[in-house]
Design a protein around this ligand. Structure first.
Ligand code: GTP
Ligand code: MG
Length: 283
């Protein structure tokens, strides 16, 4: 409940805003006292780290993916976004002393490309037993289902099922196909923002990692070569804590830092995909 803001609670419960504010203030005091921290203590937060299982990528990430942060991986088709999501749904199950978070994953699959067979192959490599038991899979058929799941159901799942990772592969597919045309753009952006905002609230409250993938657009440049950029415009550009771009080349895939408060711009890691998941590219 403390995840709601007064406007949302007021609308849902049919009560006026002032009353909703009062209720939320009391509820928050009970479960989450708001305290400013001395900056020297901030490292106490968000310091749990999740390995990707690929040394070069972990190094690029400054050790791995951190809890309470949102990660976006954008890239063209076949650049390994879905494979990376599969691998993280396995590594999150590893115990902390092996780079995992000892938890389970929620896997939201908007494109229908989840494969339990891939999970099993990757899990064998990391000696994770019964990996599918710790992956909660959801396949929304439209944006309403996606939004309802994120807003209404994720909270209880995270609380009750030891979830430490939320994967959304991809964040944009349903919106792109269901809000076509310029006249729907503002509405589409507003709704993507709403879902992302909820993911942020959940990741902070429960200290979990959020990972989502994004498609790319070709942006024509006058008198130049068209460049590829992540889809979703400004809203997506500012939502994630860290953004990466995946690019296929002959023989390997390049992961590049696109935007991050902490990681060097344009730093890269190289990887390849094998039957048992992502590996470092060994030249
Ligand atoms: P889109 O969702 O289409 O945008 O692409 P994506 O970025 O999600 O790509 P995905 O992660 O599905 O990567 C696809 C690539 O992974 C393929 O081109 C294959 O090279 C590789 N791949 C997938 N499964 C296997 C496998 O079982 N064995 C091997 N060796 N490679 C695989
Ligand atoms: Mg994919």
């Amino acid at each position: 409940m403390v995840l709601f803001n007064p406007e949302e609670l007021s609308e849902r419960a049919g009560i006026d805003i002032e009353r909703a504010e009062r209720i939320l203030r009391i509820a928050r005091r009970l479960v989450r006292p708001v305290k400013a921290l001395q900056a020297s203590h901030i490292t106490e937060y968000g310091k749990e780290v999740l390995t990707t299982g690929v040394k070069g990528i972990d190094e690029l990430l400054g050790g791995g993916l951190r809890t309470s942060e949102l990660y976006e991986f954008a890239g063209e088709f076949g650049s390994g976004k879905t494979q990376l999501c599969h691998q993280l749904a396995v590594t999150v199950q590893l115990p902390v002393n092996r780079g995992g978070l000892g938890g389970s994953a929620v896997y939201i699959d908007t494109e229908g490309t989840f494969s339990s067979e891939r999970i099993v192959h990757i899990a064998e490599r990391f000696s994770v037993k019964e990996p599918l038991e710790s992956i909660l899979y959801f396949r929304p058929i439209n944006v309403v289902e996606l939004e309802d799941f994120v807003v209404e159901e994720l909270n209880a799942l995270i609380r009750d099922k030891g979830v430490r990772l939320i994967v959304i592969d991809s964040i944009i597919a349903l919106y792109r196909s269901q809000f076509k045309g310029i006249e729907w753009l503002a509405r589409r952006q507003q709704r993507i923002n709403y879902v992302l905002d909820w993911l942020k609230r959940l990741s902070t409250l429960y200290d979990i990692v959020v990972v989502y993938t994004n498609q790319v657009l070709t942006q024509p440049v006058p008198f130049g070569v068209a460049i590829k950029i992540p889809a979703g415009g400004n809203i997506l550009a500012h939502a994630a804590t860290h953004r990466f771009f995946l690019r296929k080349t002959r023989g390997h895939i390049i992961m590049e830092v696109l935007d991050s408060p902490r990681l060097p711009y344009k730093a890269t890691a190289l990887f390849v995909i094998k039957n048992d998941g992502l590996h470092d590219y060994e030249g």
